[in-house]
Design a protein around this ligand. Structure first.
Ligand code: WTA
Length: 654
């Protein structure tokens, strides 16, 4: 079975490329290929050198990599503490007054400015409080919180005392919290009374009460007061955060951790219903987040950096907490949604703080396109010098829009490919070095060895196939919590000696990678393999379309047929003529074989609260099946409406 996919770049009538500008290079940290060459000449020597540069060690490591396929250990014999590396060493070097986070609450006007010294003090107090509550090195601690400064404080306090954390995204349900706490056998859970989301209070503590009811390992629940609304507190079990830290000193001896001690687990969904607890350990993970953050975002002493993800996902762990703090950078952290109270909230935050680097998801960019360029145009965004994206393939049109309307036709856009499992960015440009191509994540970072391979795991020089990683890297997952067998099966059974990423990708004759979506999203229509992403990209290329999601629907004639769900831009009306036009547009851009059989309009697509389109649900809708699990859906109302519309379209067809 070969993967025959027409390329995303054929969608662009004008195949533009963007070499680094002289203006950007004038300040860039790297402008030549020296890092790539050094890493290639001696990969282990390269990582050892980075580990000495980026980490302050209590005890230096005496081994670099030990690789017992598929289990790696990095920097054996070394001892360090991640919280020390994020906080103390910056304060000790005289940078205690530097701002760690400019925090913006969702309600307008509520802000906090937190310096490295403030953060260290608060982390120490809470770490002492956790110890006083009996949390010991190696104990697991659950965290279920909104985007408030106490969230990174809680994570760093855990890291300080060597208690691995397991953060559950604040949008997840009580059941999700319970399952994860039980899987980890966590002893303590940190939460807030409630969180703010688009002006509504999210009942975190109430969900925790429900979860902990059937999570017997949890001894205590620590509650941060956020909204101030009244929540029930169970005597002895539940404690207020402000009470437990009240009498604690602002110093706390960090635990000296072995390089391979567990730092955290983070759950991610696989192909089965049971989420996998991805394990990340101490030194390799921390090094990898600092190294990639530093070079991909071209960090400078005066960088004001904003990663607009939620800390509940890996992007927030690596690029709001561990990478930027390790590098001593000033970040913006925002609590709420992009449209609260107005659709220009992000742009007002960028102008207010003079943000220089913005990192967000393509789905956010497409939403901003739908809202229109007049919202960013109201604000001065000239401080921006670099933009990034992560989480899904970015269609070239969104890439160009982002660079033009947010980046002022001036900034590089770095499309960064990685996964929860990889710990940090794997395939992405170095903005002072790499020639950018809209829609391509470009090349593996220095020290990373990746390829596109065929069904047998053979490397493909130019063409389509599966993304694979060829060598271990410091930030790689160390396994799945409690399930080594599943780790082997999921990532290593397919190709034996190469890591199977689960993504379809194409490599072009410059060696640039084009990610095509998960391989389970690749359709097979009349024997032709077509990427859902590619059809989506073609639809979004039409001026009427703001966003599109494509799924395969089983078809007696062609095996699978293409179903599309389309959100229109303001000013366009739904009509049968437009459906015909859109089908023709896709046929024109990719070929008649890719012409969607059904198109249903929808005011919005069903998404998880992290913004990923729930294709599984769309497939159920397209197939007129009973819907599967809808608990991670951000807005349940959308689905019923879609079912009705999809049915109407199919009735028309029939
Ligand atoms: C997808 C998020 C294309 C991919 C950091 C991967 C991307 C999955 C990109 C991991 C990108 C992430 N281009 N696809 N730049 N970045 N993906 O674990 O399918 O939430 O396998 O990690 O997102 O999602 P996860």
């Amino acid at each position: 079975m070969s993967v025959e996919i027409k390329t995303i770049d054929t969608l662009l009538e004008e195949r533009r490329t963007f070499p680094p500008t002289a203006e950007f290079q004038r300040r860039a940290r790297v402008t030549d290929d020296s890092l790539y060459r050094a890493a290639e000449a001696d990969p282990e020597g390269f990582w050892a050198e980075q580990a000495r540069r980026y980490i302050s060690w209590y005890k230096p490591f005496d081994r670099v990599l030990e690789w017992n396929l598929p289990f790696a250990t990095w920097f054996g014999g070394g001892r360090m503490n991640v919280s020390y590396n994020c906080l103390d060493r910056h304060v000790e070097a005289g940078r205690g007054d530097k701002v760690a986070y400019h925090w913006e609450a969702e309600p307008l006007g509520e802000t906090r400015t937190i310096t490295y010294r403030d953060l260290l003090d608060e982390v120490c107090r809470f770490a002492n409080a956790l110890r006083a509550l009996g949390v010991k090195k190696g104990d697991r601690v659950g965290i279920y919180m909104p985007m408030i400064p106490e969230l990174p404080v809680a994570m760093l306090a855990c890291a300080r005392i060597g208690a691995p954390h397991s953060v559950v995204f604040g949008g997840f349900s009580a059941e999700a919290v319970r399952d994860r706490m039980n899987d980890a056998e966590a002893v303590l859970l940190i939460t807030a009374d409630e969180g703010w989301r688009r002006g509504n209070a999210v009942p975190l503590k109430r969900n925790v009460d429900e979860a902990v009811e059937r999570a017997p390992s949890i001894r205590n629940v620590v509650v941060v007061r956020r909204t101030g609304n009244e929540v029930p507190m169970r005597e002895r079990r539940d404690l207020w955060y402000h009470d437990v830290i009240h009498d604690q000193p602002t110093t706390c001896e960090p635990e000296q951790m072995e390089s391979e001690d567990l730092l955290f687990t983070l759950y991610t969904s696989g192909t089965t219903a049971k989420p996998k607890g991805i394990k990340h350990t101490t030194a390799g993970y921390h090094l990898y987040t600092m190294f990639t953050h530093d070079y991909v975002f071209d960090i400078q002493p005066d960088t004001v950096y904003w990663c607009a993800a939620d800390i509940g996902w890996v992007t927030g762990h690596s690029y709001i907490v561990y990478g930027p703090l390790g590098n001593g950078v000033t970040s913006v952290m925002y609590e709420g949604t992009p449209d609260y109270p107005n659709k220009d909230r992000w742009w007002s935050i960028i102008a207010k703080h003079g943000v220089t680097v913005l990192y967000c998801a393509p789905t956010a960019i497409r939403t901003f396109m739908k809202w229109g360029p007049e919202h960013p145009a109201q604000h001065d965004l000239s401080s921006l010098r670099l933009l990034g994206t992560v989480g899904e393939p970015i269609n070239p049109e969104a890439w160009i829009w982002y660079r033009e309307h947010i980046g002022g036709n001036r900034t590089p856009v770095v499309d960064t490919w990685w996964q929860t499992e990889t710990g940090g960015i794997m395939i992405a440009p170095l903005p002072g070095v790499t020639t950018l191509k809209p829609g391509s994540a470009t090349k593996p970072l220095p020290g990373i060895s990746a390829a596109v391979v065929d069904e047998q795991g053979q490397i493909i020089k130019v063409g389509g196939g599966y993304a694979a990683l060829l060598k271990p890297w410091p930030g790689m997952l160390r396994g799945i919590w409690g399930d080594d067998e599943r780790y082997k099966q999921t990532y290593w059974a397919r190709f034996g000696d190469k890591y199977f990423a689960g993504d379809g990708a194409r490599i072009d004759d410059d060696g640039d990678f084009w990610f095509m979506g998960r391989v389970d999203d690749v359709m097979n229509v009349a024997g032709h393999r077509i990427s859902t992403t590619e059809v989506e990209s073609a639809l979004v290329d039409h001026p009427a379309v703001a966003e599109a999601a494509v799924v395969a629907k089983s078809d007696a004639e062609t095996g699978q047929a293409i179903s599309a769900f389309v959100t229109l831009r303001g000013g366009y009306d739904e009509s049968t003529e437009l459906i015909v036009e859109l089908r023709g547009h896709v046929a024109k851009l990719i070929g008649p074989i890719a012409r969607p059989k059904w198109i249903a309009f929808t005011p919005d697509l069903p998404k998880t609260r992290s913004g990923k389109i729930m294709r599984r649900l769309l497939r159920d809708i397209a197939e007129n099946r009973q819907l599967g699990d809808t608990t991670t859906l951000a807005d349940a109302g959308i689905v019923a409406d879609l079912q009705r519309r999809s049915q109407e379209e199919q009735d028309k067809e029939a």
